[in-house]
Unconditional design. Structure first.
Length: 375
């Protein structure tokens, strides 16, 4: 297994960012397509990619790709994969997948066929009628796109957005991977002041701090493939040491504000868990009264969208107040706003210099970027 092929699924609109991340990690054969990015590497790159990626959803080990217009083609294609080389006799192998614009459109039926094919191939080596599946987990993943099937193993387990610093049981409106993407799209690298006046649980400022410090986002969590017997355990310590050697140690001006004191308290708690409490400041503050004296800086924020009719009007008033506050800033400030609200630009007071279509979960949004203004 010296040369392996991988796929990194990601939110639509983030493919170029994920591809650039992989190139920075010196991965080979990087190629982006809609919703995922492929690359080639060795077993050690399983650890390096999982530890180092900020914007990808997970790291899949691709084992086969083939045409599948019928259930028989799907079965035979999956059965041809040497599953016993990777999954032990007691290994658990749950199956999940998706299908888009393919003749095999029933995902539950495809899951059943894939599971049966893996079992039949496992029986070639292990003389069992039923497998206990009480050992380490080897999640089997498949996708069908335009009648092309891709099958492999999920090396990440929980999604890469779960950095390990978000409080258990708390649902944030913005995943860490998307927050990191917004920071990278703004081209922030730690030199300018960075502010989020609608910080909520602090995800954007925390991700900005990790980027400023060049701290790998996966250092403080575990991955499901760490329990796979055929992967050397040393690759994980090597990946961590490599990532730590690339960290920066400087002074950064990163601030988050929110009108809700409970949100600010949670943001401070999350910053401590992320190890950046000395890098980010959080305060109770009204975004409509936001001001900063510095001649330049960046605002990256994800204000309330106002999905319901009553709160939509409130959101528009909030956008007007925030737009007026931004107009009063020195001309060197840049602003980036993620929102699904169709009237954001009108309420904010002027059209954006750039717009980028992104998805926050299933919500279609735009990332509105306002560049420097002339004095």
């Amino acid at each position: 297994m010296d040369k392996l092929r991988f796929a990194v699924p990601c939110l639509l609109g983030l493919e170029s960012l994920v591809a650039e991340e992989l190139r920075r990690l010196n991965m080979a054969g990087v190629r982006a397509e809609n919703g995922r990015v492929f690359f080639e590497g060795s077993p050690s790159d399983i650890a390096r990619a999982n530890v180092g990626l900020r914007c990808g959803a997970r790291v899949l080990l691709v084992l086969s790709e083939f045409r599948a217009r019928t259930f028989e083609e799907l079965f035979q294609g999956v059965r041809a994969v040497p599953w016993p080389d990777m999954i032990p006799e007691n290994g658990a192998f749950p199956v999940r997948g998706w299908s888009i614009t393919s003749q095999l459109s029933s995902v539950p039926a495809c899951q059943s066929i894939v599971k049966k094919a893996v079992v039949e191939r496992m029986k070639d080596r292990y003389p069992l009628e039923q497998f206990p599946e009480d050992g380490a987990e080897y999640p089997v993943r498949f996708s069908l796109y335009k009648d092309r099937a891709l099958v492999g193993l999920d090396t990440s387990g929980e999604g890469l957005y779960k950095r390990g610093y978000r409080a258990v049981g708390v649902t944030a409106p913005l995943r860490e991977t998307l927050a990191a993407a917004l920071v990278l799209l703004s081209k922030y690298r730690g030199k300018d002041p960075l502010c989020d006046p609608f910080c909520g649980s602090g995800t954007i400022p925390i991700e900005a701090a990790l980027i400023a410090k060049n701290r790998a986002p996966g250092l403080d969590r575990s991955f499901i493939s760490q329990r796979w017997g055929w992967l050397p355990s040393r690759i994980w310590s090597d990946a961590a040491q490599e990532a730590e050697s690339r960290e920066f140690h400087g002074q950064y001006d990163i601030w988050g504000g929110d009108i809700d004191p409970d949100a600010v308290a949670l943001a401070r708690h999350n910053a401590r868990l992320a190890g950046v409490e000395d890098t980010v400041r959080f305060e109770v503050a009204d975004a409509g009264a936001f001001s900063r004296p510095e001649p330049y800086g960046r605002i990256i924020t994800n204000p309330p969208y106002g999905e319901r009719i009553s709160s939509r009007l409130e959101a528009e008033e909030l956008y007007r107040a925030f737009g007026a506050a931004c107009d009063a800033l020195p001309p060197g400030w840049r602003v980036g706003i993620l929102s699904s609200h169709p009237e954001l630009e009108r309420c904010f007071g002027r059209p954006a210099d750039r717009r980028r279509k992104l998805y926050n979960g299933m919500i279609r949004c735009n990332f509105y970027q306002y560049e420097k203004r002339q004095g």
